[in-house]
Design a protein around this ligand. Structure first.
Ligand code: NAD
Length: 314
């Protein structure tokens, strides 16, 4: 297989490329990324000399350039991850989100359709379902009800993909994962920011009362789930990905403070809540587990590995 990964210089993309390069069935992995501020040139440190790995600096909106890559490398399968991904930025300036997440997805999809790609994995997010109250979980049949400009552009991309499945019998699968944590995430995101601010003895800004709940998954488990869905999932379907790990933001901070041996009350700075801040996300992952996937890391193991990775990097 020759696999095109979009967004392979970002957080999840670079972890996914590493996993794919270790698969014997995979001959080439081509990372297409335009290297926005969210990417890192060092995210490919572990594999940039791997003879199976190729990098193309391209904006995914350039459909002709994507078609050229697919033809040149005889790409047969696509994992589409490239996106603007930070909710706060989408509230301040949504335009790049519509460009990369909607127009960009349309472009990669059309390039994949005209070249006859065998399977297209559209990596989406549980945020397309909006927020939950105290009870319940998101299933694949939950209504699409996004709250932020970020999640609404991801939901739009999902609908465009779904229309290709219906109209063209296009072989796409959409995945909707919960919040990821792990090595190589940009420091603007919650968990790296907590680790960074404790390390540099700065305050940790916490939105509202810090009681918002997210369902966390270690990035390596997300990537293993993507591979499982790619190899065993049904085209045209949607699969939720989550590891049944609901935690409030305050619980996360307290756990990281314990690991870094500081007192959380000395570091927390409660700030005005994010506009449209979703209260709770939780994933029903039974459809994915029916394919034979289970998470390998519990939160204590994953967060320890993550904290150690950032401390080594600082
Ligand atoms: P990220 O911001 O770390 O990485 C995104 C990558 O996409 C970057 O390398 C960036 O340079 C690239 N990119 C952005 N716009 C591009 C464009 N127009 N052309 C080419 N490259 C472009 O994001 P991430 O956290 O790794 O997320 C990857 C995907 O997974 C996204 O689609 C996101 O919506 C989805 N997702 C993320 C999470 C999470 O918790 N991080 C959870 C569920 C789903």
């Amino acid at each position: 297989m020759n696999i095109l990964v979009t967004g392979g210089s970002g957080f999840i993309g670079s972890n996914l490329v590493e996993l794919l390069l270790n698969k014997t069935k995979v001959e080439k992995v081509i990372n297409v990324d335009c290297l926005t501020y969210a990417s890192s040139k060092t995210n490919d440190r572990e594999f940039h000399d791997n003879p199976k790995y190729f990098f193309e600096r391209i904006d995914i909106r350039e459909t002709r350039a994507i078609i050229d890559v697919i033809n040149r490398f005889r790409v047969d399968n696509v994992f589409h991850l490239a996106a603007e991904s930070h909710v706060d930025n989408s509230i301040n300036n949504p335009f790049p989100f519509v460009q990369s997440n909607c127009v960009g997805t349309m472009s990669v999809l059309e390039a994949s359709r005209v070249t006859g790609i065998k399977k297209f994995i559209n990596v989406s997010t549980d945020e397309v379902y909006g927020a939950l109250g105290e009870e319940g979980k998101f299933s694949e049949n939950s209504p699409i009800d996004p709250s932020s400009p970020y999640s609404s552009t991801k939901a739009s991309a999902d609908l465009i993909v779904a229309s290709y499945v219906k109209t063209h019998s296009f072989p796409a699968i959409t995945t909707r994962c919960s919040n990821n944590y792990g090595p190589k995430q940009h420091v603007e995101k919650f968990i790296p920011k907590v680790i960074n601010n404790i390390y540099y003895d700065e305050k940790i800004p916490v939105y509202g009362d810090g009681k918002n709940i997210r369902d966390w998954i270690y990035v390596g488990d997300h990537c293993r789930a993507l591979w499982k869905i790619f190899t065993s999932g049904e085209t045209g379907e949607v699969y939720n990905i989550g590891a049944n790990t609901e935690k409030t933001n305050l619980q996360i901070i307290q756990q990281i403070c314990r690991l870094m041996k500081v007192k959380s009350k000395d570091h927390i700075d409660f700030v005005t809540d994010r506009l449209g801040h979703d209260y709770r996300y939780a994933i029903d992952n039974s459809k994915l587990r029916n394919l034979g996937w289970e998470s390998m890391y519990n939160f204590s193991q994953g967060i320890k590995k993550t904290v150690n990775w950032y401390i080594d990097k600082f």
